[in-house]
Design a protein around this ligand. Structure first.
Ligand SMILES: [Zn+2]
Ligand SMILES: [Zn+2]
Length: 335
């Protein structure tokens, strides 16, 4: 991991001038309870297909010694462990949308917190539907609670008290722990040309206005005027990115090789989804430029990995539109 990160930095350094913010890339400072806000890309894979070198989407916002999980993909507990943290350390969770690559690790978080007697009651923020999802997860823990741990006379606590949910909608702003969080419905779920702002099917981009620093996280999105507006003037933009040609090529190879069954119409539909509901490298550059952000990092990465010389092409595509610092994050990088 360490070696790969250094190699990535060297490659990025050969292409772009690295701003001081990237001097922190190799640090793993989540255990350092400094007042400065830090963003850690726990899992940088663009789901849902698991990857060898990247964990499923999850991030950690660190502020004043508190840890906020932003999306909770599978494997999140191990990524936290690699930072010297556990699921009990979490102050709150923010979920961008309800696709399983962003939520599967939430069950682990809740279950392990219950099993290890972590402070009860985790606050979870998310789009409409999050309440129903979390209620289902907590209900599914009841049989384990009824069975207990084989210790006579002991009782287990009620799993349904482990968490509560605050659902957020487009343009909502909340204040917690001395900072503000604003959300916009992005274009990840868009079915027509116009973005739907009043539907219950919302996929949220988050802006964290922290003491001395603002960070915008796109979540999964296609090009979106709402996300541009939300990210406007942010110090750091954390953006998803997909190489749609590469992803479709992989899909076609999997179908041709018999690993996957998908008729041509399904492949075409998937391609349309990837191109309109996610961001190409050039879209990331355009978003960063339009929003006038201080720096952009790519996560939820779906494309040729760092060992492929073509990996650098993504940064070149971004640089055509945006002339600020840019990097493709790896797991456990800190910004
Ligand atoms: Zn995703
Ligand atoms: Zn998604």
């Amino acid at each position: 991991m360490e070696k790969a990160r250094k190699r990535s930095l060297a490659l990025i350094g050969s292409l772009l001038a690295i701003s001081p913010v990237y001097g922190q890339l190799a640090s793993s400072g989540a255990s350092n309870a400094s007042a400065a806000a830090k963003w850690i890309t726990l899992g940088t894979n663009g789901g849902p297909i698991p990857a060898k070198s990247r964990s499923q989407p999850s991030n950690l916002l660190v502020l004043n010694g508190k840890h906020y999980l932003v999306d909770s993909g599978g494997g999140v507990e191990r990524q936290l462990a690699q930072m010297g943290l556990s699921v009990s350390n979490l102050a709150a969770v923010f979920i961008s949308h309800l696709h399983f690559d962003h939520t599967a690790g939430l069950y682990t978080v809740l279950g392990l917190r219950w099993q290890t007697n972590a402070p009860q009651h985790l606050r979870i923020y998310g789009p409409p539907g999050t309440k129903k999802m979390v209620e289902g997860l907590l209900a599914s823990m009841i049989p384990a609670a009824e069975i207990g741990f084989g210790i006579s006379g002991s009782t287990t606590r009620d799993p349904q008290l482990e968490a509560d949910v605050v659902e957020l909608r487009d343009s909502d702003t909340i204040a917690i722990d001395g900072f503000h969080v604003r959300v916009r419905n992005n274009s990840h779920y868009t079915v027509e040309a116009s973005e739907r702002n009043d539907s219950s099917a919302q996929s949220l981009a988050y802006r964290f206005d922290l003491p001395g620093r603002s960070i915008t996280y796109t979540g999964d999105t296609g090009p979106s005027a709402a996300v541009v507006e939300l990210a406007s003037g942010s110090d750091l933009l954390v953006s998803e990115m997909i190489d749609a040609d590469f992803a479709i090529g992989n899909l076609r190879r999997a179908v041709a090789g018999g690993a996957l069954a998908a008729p041509e119409k399904v492949i075409k539909d998937v391609e349309k989804h990837l191109r309109s509901h996610h961001l190409l490298a050039s879209d990331v550059g355009e978003l960063a430029a339009k929003a006038g952000v201080g720096a952009v990092i790519v996560t939820h990465f779906s494309g040729r990995d760092v060992d492929d010389p073509r990996h650098l092409g993504y940064l070149r595509e971004i640089a055509k539109k945006y002339n600020g610092p840019a990097a493709i994050a790896e797991d456990l990088d800190a910004f």
